[in-house]
Design a protein around this ligand. Structure first.
Ligand code: ZN
Length: 151
C-alpha cells in the first residue's frame, strides 16, 4: 500500500536523521537513562520543564531503527506541550501499539506512522521505550515538583 510505503520512508528518515538529538546542558534539566530489555536499545532522555510545560526535550541513544525513530518522533510530538498533554499522548501511543487502533486524534503527528509495529509483537517495546522513559519523568514531576538530576 502507498501509505505503508510512506510510513516506512518516514521511519527510515527519523532513524537516519533523528530530531532533537543530543543533550541539554542546563542546570535545571533532568536526565533519564532507559533500556529496552527485549532488544537492548538504550536511550538517555533530557527534559527541560518549566511551569508544567516541556520547554525542551532531547535524546541520545543506540538501538534499532524502530526504537530510535520512535524516540525522534516522540520528542517532536511532545516538545512545547504541557506534561498533562504529553501524558495523554503517551496513553494514546501505547494503546495504538498494543491494541493496533489508530487514534482519531492527530496529535501524535508522525508517531502515527508506527501503527504497523502493532503486528510485530517482538518490537512493541522498541516502539514504546521512548514513551515509557517519558512517562517515568512525568511521574517524577507528579510526585515531586522539583525532581533531582538523578531519577
Ligand atoms: Zn529495538
Amino acid at each position: 500500500m502507498k501509505m505503508d510505503e510512506l510510513y516506512k520512508q518516514l521511519i527510515i528518515d527519523h532513524y537516519r536523521h533523528p530530531r532533537n538529538y543530543g543533550e541539554i546542558n542546563d542546570m535545571s534539566s533532568i536526565r533519564l537513562f532507559y533500556k529496552n530489555p527485549t532488544c537492548g536499545d538504550t536511550i538517555v532522555l533530557y527534559l527541560l520543564v518549566d511551569q508544567g510545560q516541556i520547554h525542551d526535550i532531547k535524546f541520545e541513544g543506540d538501538g534499532c531503527s524502530i526504537s530510535m525513530a520512535s524516540c525522534s518522533m516522540m520528542t517532536s510530538a511532545v516538545k512545547g506541550r504541557s506534561l498533562e498533554e504529553a501524558e495523554n499522548l503517551t496513553r494514546l501511543f501505547s494503546s495504538m501499539i498494543t491494541i493496533g487502533i489508530s487514534p482519531e486524534d492527530e496529535a501524535l503527528e508522525e508517531s502515527l506512522s508506527l501503527l504497523g509495529v502493532h503486528s510485530l509483537r517482538a518490537r512493541h517495546n522498541c516502539a514504546l521505550m521512548g514513551w515509557q522513559a517519558l512517562r517515568k519523568v512525568i511521574n517524577q514531576y507528579k510526585n515531586d515538583d522539583s525532581p533531582t538530576q538523578q531519577i
